[in-house]
Design a protein around this ligand. Structure first.
Ligand code: 4AD
Ligand code: MG
Length: 436
């Protein structure tokens, strides 16, 4: 039998098929009937279109099936394309043949359901127009990250997910039983990347990352994807420049490929276009504290990490992402070195997104001072033996090096302009949820 030629809905909406008889397959998105006519909206990956079934235009039995079929039933249909100004999208299919692939049971998701219910039914809610648009954008973002690093001479190198060491503090480690011992899920690719740069020099990776975050915020997931880079010979300034270029590259790709999805999400496209064409400023933590004190009249203390409220108030003064460098050394991870010009601060940076999205990138130069790192780890109650392999990297041809990690979901949430980070990953894991 010859294979049927299936037409995608967006090709119809572009006016390429008007007057033709075509085949379409997809799912019933909406349906209503009155007497001898059934109006449906059919969806496929590319869009939605009205399809009408009129008794007499198709075999009676098929018309009855059209009347019976509930929302989310999967269908194959044949029909003639007509331009119709009244139909959403301006075109409709006048159906002459209908095959129901599967009659759907009553769909549990209807309008106005609670966020928790939608999370329970995530495996079905993932079909919604909102999530579909977000995941199309996420796909562009992930592709752009690979493109960016490969075009700039980085090799992709993987690290183990099961790791015996902490990287970002013991408090958020997920413990895993490993035969008769215990190990942890990766908090970061970084420590292993630092081994990789001695041969590959410039490397990157994107992978799942785990943090037992006790906080319930719209920014924290327990499992998220981090895109990280690490490079030999680079200093703090070099990597902040790469981070700025990377974020702009990603944003440019989304603006090129996903205008339709951004519109569906009601995101302000002009605003994003302005950002892509602007410079991202760099300020120090101390300057950030001064802005909060002077312009926001906040009573903030030098030496504490910026809380959500402080990041939000700071970002009121910027329209683009901002790089903040030189956070207080004491509150930083063990591998971040003091800045010789200002030793109370570290050679580190965060990139903060505008509006209320907060930190999207975190990185630093890496310490090459074994004694310094040993002391920091001891203060944190870590077993130094576990880090001997890492100190070896400073014993055999050590070089200055730096890197950073970008939170993929934080970036997706900011670019899409959505309220919660949970919608930027297909199946979110948080302190309260690891199902479905
Ligand atoms: O700032 P972080 O903790 O940096 C590191 O892990 C470094 N070792 C990375 C490196 O230098 N290679 O995390 C990096 C980014 C943050 O800026 C944030 O965007 C994201 O990862 N992130 C989270 N995203 C969602 N949920 C969480 N719980 C996150 N924790 C960090
Ligand atoms: Mg950070």
């Amino acid at each position: 039998m010859p294979k049927k030629n299936w037409i995608k809905i967006d090709d119809i909406l572009k006016g390429k098929k008007t007057g033709e008889s075509i085949n379409v397959r997809g799912w019933i998105y909406r349906t209503r009937s009155s007497g001898n006519i059934v109006f449906t909206i059919i969806r496929d990956v590319t869009g939605t279109i009205q399809a009408t079934f009129k008794r007499g235009n198709l075999p009676d039995e098929q018309f009855e099936n059209a009347k019976k079929a509930l929302v989310e039933s999967s269908v194959e249909l044949t029909g003639k394309i007509k331009e119709d100004k009244r139909a959403p999208g301006g075109y409709e299919i006048k159906v002459t043949k209908l095959e129901i692939v599967d009659f759907a049971e009553p769909f549990p998701i209807t309008e106005d359901q609670s966020i928790e219910f939608l999370l329970d039914k995530r495996h079905l809610w993932i079909r919604s127009q909102k999530l579909t648009s977000i995941f199309k954008i996420r796909s562009t973002i992930v592709g752009a990250i690979h493109d960016f690093f490969r075009k700039n001479g980085f090799y992709e190198l993987d690290a183990p997910v099961l790791q015996p060491n902490q990287c970002e503090g013991g408090a958020t480690l997920f413990e895993v039983k490993y035969y008769d011992e215990k190990t942890y899920l990766s908090q970061s690719w970084q420590l292993y990347a630092e081994a990789g740069i001695f041969s590959l020099e410039k490397i990157y990776n994107m992978g799942p990352t785990f943090r037992a975050e006790k906080s319930k915020t719209s920014r924290h997931l327990s499992e998220f994807w981090m895109a990280e880079m690490e490079a030999a010979w680079m200093d703090l300034y070099d990597v902040t420049e790469i981070a700025k270029k990377e974020v702009k590259y990603i944003l440019r790709q989304v603006l090129k490929c996903n205008k339709k999805e951004l519109e569906i999400l009601n995101q302000d496209i002009k605003k994003l276009e302005n950002i892509v064409n602007s410079d991202f400023p760099t300020i120090t933590y101390t300057e950030a504290i001064n802005i909060l004190k002077e312009k926001e009249r906040m009573n903030v203390q030098w030496g504490k990490d910026l809380r959500t409220i402080e990041e939000n108030n700071l970002m009121k003064h910027f329209k683009t992402p901002v790089v903040v460098t030189n956070y207080p050394l004491e509150i930083m991870a063990f591998y971040k070195p003091p800045d010789p010009k200002d030793p109370k601060t570290a050679l580190c940076f965060d990139m903060l997104a505008p509006d209320e999205y907060g930190e999207i990138v975190g990185g630093s130069q890496r310490s090459t001072d074994i004694e310094y790192m040993k002391n920091r780890l001891k203060e944190m109650g870590e077993k130094i033996e576990n880090y001997e392999w890492y100190f070896d990297l400073r014993r055999y041809g050590s070089v200055p090096h730096s890197g950073y990690g970008l939170g993929v979901e934080r970036l997706v949430a900011w670019i899409c302009g959505i309220d919660s980070i949970k919608d930027s990953i297909p199946f979110p894991r948080t302190i309260n949820r690891f199902r479905p």
